[in-house]
Structure formats: structure tokens, C-alpha cells
Design a protein around this ligand. Structure first.
Ligand code: TRP
Length: 347
């Protein structure tokens, strides 16, 4: 079977370290390993509009921001098709046909949708488009016959719902669509990075993110004011590394090479942790190291960002070319879908 990788992001803000460890790093790794037939990464603007329909400018502006984030971390348009969701209108048509295969109550039971509805305080006024987005996401996936979907664990219910739709379609209309599988990071710390304030998740609305485009001073300020172990008051006190976001970030980001380069009195993170837990290691020292590690990662990303910011036309060309290629593929799937449903009247 062909290996087709597909994943996307909503253009609602810049990408941050949570995206980096949870997904972007892995995408670049997959790209470099090259063990796939096709790889698609796309900007889900239709989906972003489902809860930002009153704010199209925000969505429009962030398309460029997210693509530049992609290119800056090393996604390579010669290896990966990068496209904009709404430039592939076939996705909407597929969504329409899949809508018949899903009940309202099934959508309302989707755990991710459920918690988003609560969070957005829709009450009894849930926009149909919003509730429908898991179906639209199924169109995104199936239009490209994608079977490997690298996502964070909050997206597992979406992939499950997509699998159900595929099975239902295939059983009614005959074997047509490919059942996708989620790929989540092996490392638990990478699946959900906490915020700099210690809250469960880095999230733009909570203002607790370190963005890939943050400059050195901003990163320094954010790291030096990070939440740590509130009971670790004096350097001599034994500290907790487990619920401590500074150590969680190090777990997700620091390599033994980083220790060699910036903190060579310790061989690795285990040694640093042991010292902190025993007592005698101050937060400032650990935070300085974390800052060095993050800077080591972000410096080359910032350089690439600068290049693309100075060459915006190139960025648009990449998007345009990717969208044309994606549309061709989606049109082919749509043709198969319509044939399976016997609504290909003039053939
Ligand atoms: N729902 C995803 C998010 O919020 C974005 C997305 C849309 C997506 N369509 C997709 C991810 C298809 C993977 C596959 O980040």
C-alpha cells in the first residue's frame, strides 16, 4: 500500500514550541527520511473560519504566518506539497456527500468538538459549520488517500470519526476510500507541552506560548519568568522536576549535545534532574540553560524566516503551485467518489 502522509494546521496564530515538539519536528524528520509516496501539509483556512467567520482578516493574515513557520522549520516544498484548503474546492463537495453518513448526535459526542463548544460558549447557538468540521476534516484526509496522519493527541477523535465515515462510505458505495491512521509522538512530553505558566497546554488565548518567531529578548524574558516548582524557594531546597515546566521543556528539547555545549558539568538531563531533586541547584541556572537550548533551536529557524519574509512572492508561488497539485489529486478522488455513488451522470 502507498504511504501518504497528510496533516494541517488552522491559520489562527503563529506556531509555537508546542507545535514544534508535538508535530513540526516530526514532519521534518518524516520528510528527511523520505519513506513515503506523497506528503501533504496544508493550511486549514476553511476549518479556521468555522469559529472565526466574523474575523476573516485574522485567518487571511495567519495563512502567510503559518506557511512561513513551516518553511522556517525546514519543510521543503520540493518534497512536501504545501497548500491552502480553500483553494481545493473539491474538499467542500466531498464534505457534502459525507454529511449524509454522520448523525448529529455523533458529532456532538466527539470529545474535541464537545470541549471546544464549551470553551467557546456557543450555548444553544452552535454554528452548523462548526459542528460539521470533523466531516470536513475527513474530506481533507480522504481526498488525498492519506493513511498516515501526524497529529497531536487532541486530534485522535477526529481521526476516529474519519475512520468511521470511510468505513460507512465503503460499505454503502463499495471500496473507494482509504482508512487513515493517526501518528502521535512516541514521547509523552512531546504530545502536549505545558504553557510557560505551568497550565496544561501552550495556547495563544492563555498567552503562555513561546513562538518560533519570538526574538532572543522575548524568549529570554519568557523563560526567566517561567513557572517552576513553587516550593523550591531556596537553592538548597529539594525541587520537583515532574510537574515543573522548565524540566518538561528540557525533556522535550535538550540533547546530550546541548549539555556538552552549554552546561558541561552535567552529562545529561538525568544528572541535572538528580541534582535539582536533591537540592542545591537554583532555578536561574536551569532556566539559563533552557534559554540556551531554545536559542540553539530557534536561531536557524529565525534566519530562514527572515529569508522568506524578504521573499514573500516566493512564498505565494509555493502555495499556488502546491494548491494546483493538491486540487488535481482531490479532483481524482472526487471523480471516484461520484462514480461509486453513481452520480457521474454524463460518463
Ligand atoms: N484540526 C486540525 C487542528 O486543529 C487541523 C486539520 C484540519 C487537520 N484538517 C486536518 C489535521 C486533516 C490533520 C488532518 O490542528
Amino acid at each position: 500500500m502507498k504511504k501518504i502522509i497528510l496533516t494541517g494546521d488552522r491559520p489562527t496564530g503563529n506556531l509555537h514550541l508546542g507545535h514544534y515538539v508535538g508535530s513540526l519536528k516530526n514532519r521534518v524528520k518524516l520528510q528527511e527520511e523520505g519513506n513515503y509516496d506523497e506528503m501533504y501539509v496544508f493550511i486549514a483556512d476553511i476549518q479556521a473560519l468555522t469559529d472565526n467567520f466574523k474575523n476573516p482578516k485574522k485567518v487571511r493574515d495567519n495563512i502567510l504566518e503559518v506557511v512561513i513557520d513551516y518553511l522556517s522549520v525546514g519543510l521543503d516544498p520540493s518534497k512536501v506539497t504545501i497548500f491552502i484548503q480553500s483553494m481545493v474546492p473539491e474538499l467542500c463537495e466531498l464534505t457534502m456527500y459525507y454529511m449524509n453518513l454522520v448523525t448529529l448526535s455523533r458529532l456532538e459526542r466527539n470529545p474535541t468538538v464537545k470541549s471546544e463548544i464549551k470553551q467557546k460558549e456557543f450555548g444553544n447557538s452552535i454554528p452548523v459549520g462548526f459542528l460539521n468540521y470533523p466531516i470536513s476534516q475527513t474530506a481533507d484526509i480522504t481526498a488525498f488517500n492519506a493513511n498516515i496522519i501526524p497529529v497531536g493527541d487532541d486530534q485522535l477523535p477526529m481521526i476516529e470519526q474519519a475512520r468511521e465515515i470511510v468505513r460507512s462510505f465503503n460499505s454503502i458505495y463499495g471500496e473507494t476510500l482509504v482508512e487513515p491512521e493517526a501518528m502521535i509522538p512516541d514521547s509523552k512530553v512531546c504530545r502536549r507541552l505545558p504553557g510557560t505558566d505551568g497550565k496544561a497546554k501552550m495556547s495563544k488565548s492563555l498567552g503562555n506560548c513561546i513562538y518560533l518567531k519570538d526574538d532572543s529578548d522575548t524568549v529570554k524574558k519568557k523563560v526567566m519568568s517561567m513557572y517552576t516548582d513553587p516550593n523550591h524557594l531556596k537553592v538548597e531546597d529539594p525541587g520537583n522536576t515532574k510537574d515543573n515546566p522548565v524540566f518538561i521543556y528540557l525533556e522535550a528539547l535538550a540533547t546530550d549535545e546541548h549539555f556538552k555545549k552549554y552546561l558541561n558539568e552535567y552529562k545529561n538531563l538525568n544528572e541535572l534532574k538528580a541534582h535539582y531533586e536533591k537540592g542545591g541547584l537554583g532555578d536561574v541556572k536551569v532556566k539559563r540553560f533552557l534559554y540556551d537550548v531554545i536559542e540553539d533551536i530557534l536561531t536557524p529557524i529565525r534566519e530562514k524566516r527572515k529569508y522568506y519574509e524578504d521573499n514573500i512572492k516566493l512564498v505565494y508561488d509555493i502555495l499556488k503551485e502546491g494548491s494546483i497539485k493538491a486540487e488535481k489529486e482531490a479532483a481524482n478522488t472526487l471523480k471516484n467518489v461520484k462514480r461509486a455513488m453513481s452520480i457521474d451522470y454524463f460518463n
